[in-house]
Design a protein around this ligand. Structure first.
Ligand code: ATP
Ligand code: MG
Length: 314
């Protein structure tokens, strides 16, 4: 995105530059959006010096400043929209899955979360005229549910060469939440060489849920999920990429909740960082109902879609 390198920042010489790079900070944007204490840990320098470095980086990339409505509109106009292959679902999302933010798909097991991730990993490769982003996909797979066979079927259905489609999807298997978080840095490295325009995490919360058990671990779990989401948000912003995450629901069999007796895992932290939240439930005759929840600028609504051998369709 930016021509200047991190060594152009005042106070960042080759030694600090090297430390920052090895900690995953390779762009001015990645430094500009960091907190002094986190940057300090990576660079091995004090907080006040880091604050100065961040300040300079913010200036150079022109973020963190105050923008006019017109400038914000201009930024919004660079937002890409990725088709889901269902015109109903695309319409619900205001044209497709947006870049520069996180879209969360949540629902019970078998609701179709993993299927939609596979579908997006294929459609991201389409040219823009066909609803794609002319890019490649990275999937952080925490549940070992990525299936190349599904990609082959979905690619063929869209007249894409299946081998080429598979070669444009990069899958990182994460065995625990720690690896899951580190994987975002690996994807950042990959994105320097490949045009990664979709980053998916399937599942966002599964590993955290099984590792941080009980009330006492809740604060730590939420903190980790929140910094993970922050890293994902940053990726979306820096690479003008769509970020799609999946989330299971907690069953609430006590019947206290009105409407759907289910709540997404991770509570309000996940809720506030993902800008689009889609709740998926099973409908009649194998159909799936996608419901948009709490969007900042679109009306809440529903789309009915099917999961077919060819992929997601109306
Ligand atoms: N080849 C296919 N053709 C048609 N439908 C399929 C195909 N493969 C999977 N499905 C549908 O997708 C469902 C599985 O959905 P998926 O794996 O996306 O669920 P999930 O929401 O990710 O569940 P979990 O919470 O367990 O991860 C199957 O039950 C089936 O209905
Ligand atoms: Mg799944």
């Amino acid at each position: 995105m930016t021509e200047a390198s991190i060594e152009d920042l005042p106070g960042v010489g080759p030694a600090i530059g090297e430390k920052l790079r090895s900690a995953g900070y390779r762009t001015l944007e990645s430094i500009a959006t960091q907190t002094p204490s986190r940057l300090g840990e990576a660079a091995g320098v004090g907080n006040s010096k880091c604050a100065e470095i961040i300040y300079a980086a913010l200036d150079m990339v022109n973020i963190g400043g105050i923008l006019t409505g017109a400038e914000l509109l201009e930024k919004r106009q660079t937002v890409g929209k990725l088709t889901s292959c269902s015109s109903e679902l695309d319409a619900l999302l205001g044209g497709g899955v947006e870049t520069q933010l996180i879209t969360e798909f949540y629902g019970q097991y078998g609701s179709g979360k993993t299927q939609i991730i596979h579908q997006l990993a294929v459609t991201v490769q389409l040219p823009e005229e066909q609803g794609g982003l002319n890019g490649e996909a990275a999937i952080i797979d925490t549940e070992n549910t990525f299936r190349p066979e599904r990609i082959i079927s979905m690619a063929k259905a869209l007249d894409l060469d299946p081998d080429e489609a598979l070669a444009r999807i990069h899958v990182g298997r994460a065995y625990n939440s720690h690896q899951q978080m580190l994987m975002v840095d690996k994807v950042k490295q990959l994105a320097e060489e490949r045009p990664i325009r979709l980053l998916a995490v399937d599942s966002l919360t599964g590993a955290f849920r099984s590792e941080y058990i009980g009330r006492g671990a809740l604060a730590e779990r939420q903190g980790k999920i929140s910094s993970h989401m922050e890293a994902l948000n940053r990726f979306a912003d820096e690479h003008n990429a769509a970020v799609a995450v999946t989330n299971q629901v907690l069953s609430k069999p006590d019947g206290f909740a009105f409407g759907d007796p289910t709540r997404p895992i991770g509570g309000h932290i996940v809720g506030h960082t993902s800008k689009f939240r889609i709740y998926i439930r099973r409908g009649k005759a194998g159909k799936r109902i996608f419901r948009l929840v709490d969007s900042p600028h679109l009306p809440d609504g529903e789309a009915v879609v099917q999961i077919l051998e060819d992929g997601i369709r109306d």
